[in-house]
Design a protein around this ligand. Structure first.
Ligand code: PMP
Length: 398
C-alpha cells in the first residue's frame, strides 16, 4: 500500500510565491511591496538595537534551557499586559486580565480559535471582508463557522455603516474578530467615534470580541494604537486580545506573542486560563522561550525600554512619511487626490485601490511586486524610489 498515494499537492502561499518571483527578477529597478515585514531604507528587516542588547544580556544571565510553564514566562506576561492594557490598568491590579505566551500572534489566534471551538460550542466567528488570509483558514481549521462583515466598499473606502449593519445581524453570543489597529490588508482604521459605535453593537448583541493586535506602535504610537483595546477592556467584562511581538520588536522568527484574556472575576480568569493551558499543551506543549525573554528584558529595563520605544517610533515615522511621500510623488501626475487615502491609512499595508490588471502590469512592465488585491507594503518603498513608483502607477492608471 502506498500511504501517500492520494495526497494531493496544494498551491503554496501566494505571497511567498510573489517573494520567489521577486528574487528571480533580474531587473535592478525591481521593488518588493508584497511581503508583510518591515524594511528599513536599505531594504533590510532590522534587528532593533534594544533586542541585540537584551540578547547579549540573556546569553550571560540565562541559567537553564529547561521548559517554561504552559503560560510562558511570567515576567513577559506582566510586562506585555502593561504594554497592551496600560501600566496603571485597574484590570491588572484586580487580577482580571492574564496573558498566555504563544508562538507569535498566529499561535495566539490559534489558541483563541481552539478555545472558542472547544469551550464556547456553537459560536461562530465573524471576520472583516477583507482580512488577513490566515484568519480565514486558521479559524476554519479550528472547526469554527466563519462569517464575514463588510469593511471596505467597492470604491475602496472604509464602509462603517455596512460593517455595523452586518454586525447587528450576527447571532447573539458569536465571536467577532476586530483588527485593533493598522488593519491588514487595507490600512483603514476605525476612528474613536466608530470604535464606540462598534462597541455599542458588541454590547447589544452580546458578542465576544477578539482583538487582533499585531502592529502596536506602527499606527499612531504605542499607547495611541492601544486605545481601542483599552476601551473594550474597560467597557466589557469579557474579551480576548492576541498580541504579537513580531513587528514591533522585530522578533518575527522567534515566534513571540500572547493571548490576553479579560474576565469578569479573578476566579473566572483562572478557569479560562486553565483551559488555555490544556489546549496549549496539545498544540505546542510549552512556548518557545527566547523571544519572550528578550521582550521581558527590554520592557523590564528603563533604558532598554526607552531605546526600543525610540526604535519603534522611527519605524512608524518612516512608514508614515513614505505614505505622504508617495501621495506627493503622485501629485505631478494629477493623481494625488485619487490616492489621498494612502496618506491617511495606518500601519504597514495599504489597499491602494489598484485592480488586479494594474497590479499585473506593474509587475510585468516595471518589476513592482504587490499582492493582486492591490495591497502594498508601504515599508517596502524607499524614499528615492517614490518617483519611479509614482510614474509606474500613473502609467498603469492611464
Ligand atoms: N495578525 C495579523 C493581522 C497579521 O498581519 C499577522 C502577521 N502578518 C499576525 C496576526 C501574526 O503575526 P505573527 O504570528 O508573525 O506574530
Amino acid at each position: 500500500m502506498k500511504h501517500f498515494a492520494d495526497v494531493a499537492r496544494v498551491p503554496g502561499d501566494p505571497i511567498l510565491g510573489l517573494m520567489d518571483a521577486f528574487r528571480a527578477d533580474p531587473n535592478p529597478a525591481r521593488l518588493d511591496l508584497g511581503v508583510g515585514v518591515y524594511k528599513d531604507a536599505s531594504g533590510l528587516t532590522p534587528i532593533p538595537r534594544a533586542v541585540k542588547l537584551a540578547e547579549q544580556r540573556l546569553i550571560e544571565t540565562e541559567q537553564t534551557k529547561s521548559y517554561i510553564g504552559g503560560h510562558g514566562d511570567p515576567a513577559f506576561a506582566r510586562h506585555l499586559l502593561e504594554l497592551v492594557l496600560g501600566a496603571g490598568s485597574a484590570l491588572l491590579h484586580d487580577d482580571l486580565a492574564g496573558a498566555t505566551q504563544t508562538p507569535g500572534g498566529t499561535g495566539a489566534l490559534r489558541l483563541a480559535g481552539d478555545f472558542i471551538a472547544r469551550n464556547l460550542p456553537g459560536r461562530g466567528i465573524w471576520l472583516s471582508d477583507p482580512t488577513w488570509p490566515i484568519h480565514e483558514t486558521l479559524f476554519a481549521t479550528c472547526g469554527l463557522k466563519v462569517g464575514h462583515y463588510p469593511y471596505v466598499g467597492a470604491d475602496n473606502r472604509l464602509d462603517v455603516d455596512a460593517m455595523l449593519a452586518a454586525l447587528e445581524q450576527v447571532p447573539v453570543g458569536d465571536a467577532v474578530l476586530l483588527h485593533a489597529c493598522c488593519h491588514n490588508p487595507t490600512g483603514f482604521n476605525l476612528s474613536p467615534r466608530n470604535w464606540k459605535r462598534v462597541l455599542e453593537v458588541v454590547k447589544a448583541r452580546e458578542l465576544l470580541p477578539l482583538l487582533d493586535f499585531a502592529y502596536q506602535g506602527f499606527g499612531d504610537g504605542l499607547d495611541e494604537d492601544a486605545w481601542a483595546v483599552r476601551l473594550f477592556a474597560a467597557e466589557l467584562p469579557e474579551l480576548l486580545v492576541t498580541s504579537s511581538c513580531s513587528k514591533n520588536f522585530g522578533l518575527y522568527r522567534e515566534r513571540t506573542g500572547a493571548l490576553i484574556v479579560r474576565a469578569e472575576t479573578a476566579d473566572k480568569l483562572a478557569d479560562v486560563r486553565s483551559q488555555l493551558a490544556l489546549l496549549a499543551r496539545n498544540l505546542w506543549s510549552t512556548p518557545p522561550s527566547h523571544g519572550a525573554a528578550v521582550v521581558a528584558g527590554i520592557l523590564g529595563d528603563a533604558e532598554l525600554k526607552a531605546l526600543w520605544a525610540d526604535e519603534v517610533e522611527a519605524m512608524r515615522q518612516r512608514v508614515t512619511s513614505l505614505r505622504s511621500g508617495l501621495v506627493e510623488a503622485l501629485r505631478p501626475h494629477g493623481l494625488a487626490e485619487r490616492f489621498a487615502h494612502i496618506a491617511t491609512q495606518r500601519g504597514m499595508f495599504s489597499y491602494t485601490g489598484l485592480n488586479p490588471t494594474q497590479v499585473q502590469r506593474l509587475r510585468e512592465e516595471f518589476s513592482i511586486y504587490m499582492v493582486s488585491s492591490g495591497r502594498a507594503n508601504v515599508a517596502g518603498m524607499a524614499e528615492e524610489r517614490l518617483a519611479y513608483l509614482a510614474e509606474a502607477i500613473a502609467r498603469v492608471c492611464d
